[in-house]
Design a protein around this ligand. Structure first.
Ligand SMILES: Nc1ncnc2c1ncn2[C@@H]1O[C@H](COP(=O)(O)OP(=O)(O)O)[C@@H](O)[C@H]1O
Ligand SMILES: [Mg+2]
Length: 356
């Protein structure tokens, strides 16, 4: 039964992206952390085919059991007052879902359509940050049709511009999906074909010899940036070292950083949060050159990993905000953002775009 004291919260998870499984892990951790006395949680699973599942099948998806039905078009359970999208990658973190939620006029955790879309495309996000004076990893962007038009010329330009070793990445993926560390020209060819299988645009960057540092940002009237944490993968932070083989160490807080460097990173993280038009939360990822000491931003994630061992909740916990309180604050922030006048829909539209 619905309790009048509780706010009805739809937890969205799964989805069509390559990060479906990661989303299930994140959502399970968020569900465990949510204070059931405050939040009347309803589960909305999205199948890998993009179908929205009913309550029973949503629970089955989350628990790794098989679903009875194929599900249907996007919907929210009756009475939903707020949505917590715990979805990673395309179709969940890239602004498409956020656009739908904005049309439904329902408050939701995290960034809106514009910020989500900007941050999802690594190349566009870097242009926006660079324009705001933020140093980012240098890169070349390539469009699939230009690559197909003259592969040999593109390959030789890439080797001249970026050198080897380099990193090849699809513009719009996460969790290291489609990314290759390339040592030779032959590998470059194969890795470009692989990266283009995920989308039209691909980035090539020089492989940096750098430490990887991450800062968590919590939005609100005065967004707050945590101390940095360090990711220490055995080689580079690929999909299996992120989620499968447990070989990566997360050091929170990062060690051996001068206070001035930490402050500088926090300022950059907050600036990136603003210029990319983000809200709610973000994780801003940096590299610091091991020899050069040069600080650059790698990327910004608008729905960072939320498993209990993920960096975002760990950084917040180190700042005194435990997982459960973190969820409270994210939802409260979403609800209060909805109350601010510039965010709300005109009243004639509010009547038309209700929840299902
Ligand atoms: N230019 C680079 N130099 C060195 N390592 C890199 C570079 N780009 C990416 N990496 C490695 O690949 C990982 C994944 O790349 P990233 O750009 O963060 O994509 P994703 O969105 O999939 O996390 C990084 O965490 C890092 O370990
Ligand atoms: Mg990353």
């Amino acid at each position: 039964m619905r309790s009048p004291q509780r706010t009805r919260l739809a937890l969205l998870f799964g989805g069509v992206s390559e990060e479906h499984i990661v989303s299930l892990q994140s959502a399970a951790a968020v569900l465990r952390a949510l204070n059931q006395e405050r939040w009347d949680v309803c589960l909305v699973g999205i199948s890998p085919e993009g179908r929205f599942l009913n309550e029973e099948d949503s629970a089955a998806l989350l628990e790794g059991r098989s679903c009875k039905g194929p599900g249907g078009l996007p919907f929210l359970p009756e009475g939903t007052e707020c949505v917590f999208p715990v979805l990673h990658g395309p179709g969940g973190e890239d602004g498409t879902l956020q656009g739908w939620l904005e049309l439904c006029d329902i408050p939701f955790v995290g960034s809106g359509t514009l910020g989500s879309a900007l941050a999802m495309d690594k190349s566009v996000a870097k242009r926006v940050m660079r324009d705001a004076g933020i140093e980012v990893v240098s890169w070349t962007e390539i469009r699939h049709r230009d690559y197909l038009a003259d592969k040999e010329i593109v390959l030789s330009h890439l080797v001249d511009d970026r050198g080897l070793p380099c990193f090849v990445k699809p513009a719009c993926q996460g969790s290291s999906v489609g990314i290759t560390r390339v040592e030779t020209e032959e590998e470059l060819r194969a890795s470009l074909d692989h990266a283009f299988s995920f989308g039209e645009w691909v980035l090539v960057e020089p492989a940096l010899n750098a430490k990887e540092l991450e800062i968590a940002v919590l939005g609100g009237p005065e967004p707050f940036a945590t101390a940095p944490g360090e990711v220490q993968p055995e080689e580079w932070y690929d999909f299996s070292s992120k989620y499968e083989n447990g070989t990566t160490e997360l050091v929170v807080p990062a060690e051996d950083l001068q206070p001035q460097m930490i402050e500088g990173m926090q300022e950059i993280a907050l600036r990136a949060f603003d210029v990319l038009r983000l809200s709610g939360m973000a994780r801003v990822d940096f590299f610091i050159g091991k020899k050069t000491g040069r600080l650059v931003v790698n990327e910004v994630n608008t729905i960072p990993g939320f498993t209990s061992i993920s960096m975002y909740p760990k950084l917040m916990e180190h700042s005194g905000i435990g997982f459960s309180e973190l969820c409270d604050r994210l939802i409260e922030e979403a609800l209060s953002r909805k109350d601010s006048p510039e965010e709300s829909l005109p009243s004639h539209l509010q009547a038309e775009y209700g929840t299902a």
